[in-house]
Design a protein around this ligand. Structure first.
Ligand SMILES: [Zn+2]
Length: 45
């Protein structure tokens, strides 16, 4: 188990891969910030 702080809101969450964000922030990005999500992905992979 890999627990990390969300890069957006600072909340602890169980990291399962992908962007360093908690599930609720990932969902917020999906809803509103496709360009930001793309930026984050580009900087991870
Ligand atoms: Zn978050």
């Amino acid at each position: 188990m890999d627990v990390r702080n969300c890069k957006s809101c600072g909340k602890l969450y169980n990291y399962i891969g992908g962007p360093p964000l908690c599930p609720s922030c990932v969902k917020a990005l999906d809803d509103k910030f496709d360009l930001v999500k793309k930026y984050i992905y580009d900087n991870i992979y």
